[in-house]
Design a protein around this ligand. Sequence first.
Ligand SMILES: CC(=O)SCCNC(=O)CCNC(=O)[C@H](O)C(C)(C)COP(=O)(O)OP(=O)(O)OC[C@H]1O[C@@H](n2cnc3c(N)ncnc32)[C@H](O)[C@@H]1OP(=O)(O)O
Length: 402
Amino acid sequence: MEIRLTTPQDRDVFVDTLFAAFGRFPEPPGEGGRVWSALEMDRALFAVTPDGRRVGTAAAYSFELTLPGAVPAPAAGVTAVGVLPSHRRQGVLTAMMRRHLADVRARGEFLSVLLCSEAVIYRRFGYGPATTTHRLTVPRHQAAFAVPRAEAAPVPGSIEVLRRAECGGILEDVYDRYRRVRPGALSRPHHWWERGAGRPPVAPAPRYVAVHRDAGGVPDGYATYLLEGTGTLTVDETIASDDAVATALARFLLGHDLATEVVFRQCPPEHPLRWQLADVRAARASDETDWLWVRLLDVPRALTTRGWAADGELVLDVDDPFLGERARHLLTVRGGEAECVPTDREPDLSLDVSDLGSVYLGGTAPSTLVRAGHVRAHHPAAAAAADALFRAERPPHCLHWF
Ligand SMILES: CC(=O)SCCNC(=O)CCNC(=O)[C@H](O)C(C)(C)COP(=O)(O)OP(=O)(O)OC[C@H]1O[C@@H](n2cnc3c(N)ncnc32)[C@H](O)[C@@H]1OP(=O)(O)O
């Protein structure tokens, strides 16, 4: 089996092969099919049999991932993974993953990320689930806000309702400012917006957009939504770098006449809404799911690149069975600056690289993985020390679909 890079001329066959792996036919370009226009064919792979048949596909987008401390880092976004049903469980994906990880390293990148179709596939390749997302449903009759102190001084500004097609570059600008400060957020490259590649609101599906502007008229938040005939107002995403702006948008959406309930999709963990409503049971959480999976390809570089909110010292014994690598690192953080060097000191924690991926963005406490039996703590204080160190300024969240 040969694994080879594709060329721009391969795009149609690539998409066709991918859909055959999923047992479906490619969507017309005007619908979900637009997302394939963003494929970077110089990062896409075909698995080819000795007799020349293309039986597997995998691709990668060039994103920036925001790490704790608002640090941007290049991240390869794995996508379009498929192996024809006739060729499964013969190691085709394994071969493509090996090649992908080697290509990422060769480019000087140290992070690979993905969204899983099935959660049992990728841990063996060193990926760990690092962020979650869920939806919040609020019945309108329970949507009254309590008036905590923050609400006494509402954010100055205005909200205007536009159609998606009227927004020009507003969504792209607001999203880009937002993603630079949110751990776990991915960039949405310009050509995604230009081509409408992705799900709404990147795809220009019919949507209304509540655009929040600051007192000077500059857009600083938006929410895209649609009121369905059933009375459900579905919000695709609320984007605002400022919590007060997000609150103003939530108030606006929850005040929408004729809606019987408002469904906020793609919510981050610890969303403040339930604390803002008078009825603390009103915002019902559902459909919680893993979202971004993270794979580290250079542990010292990954650990010294992210920001750290607390000082501390940890010895981590990290096992990477897929790449056949094992190393012990001394991580020292002083004044937010991290140093990570090889050591032969006794470890505080022993863990698989996939578990390091899960805790890397601060979304999973190392102590949870110790309790789950994934991570081994070598002394009683180790897990708490790791929790204090890895915690991010706020739980990481990713809402980009790719
Ligand atoms: C980021 C994304 O694009 S997610 C999309 C993933 N693609 C899909 O879900 C499309 C449908 N599925 C497929 O095309 C294939 O089943 C794939 C791509 C998931 C797996 O491809 P394969 O070539 O069969 O994988 P491969 O033979 O390398 O399997 C490696 C190991 O993973 C296991 N594995 C692979 N897929 C699965 C699965 N879906 N469920 C459980 N185990 C799996 C195999 O059993 C094997 O285990 P082993 O090493 O213990 O023997």
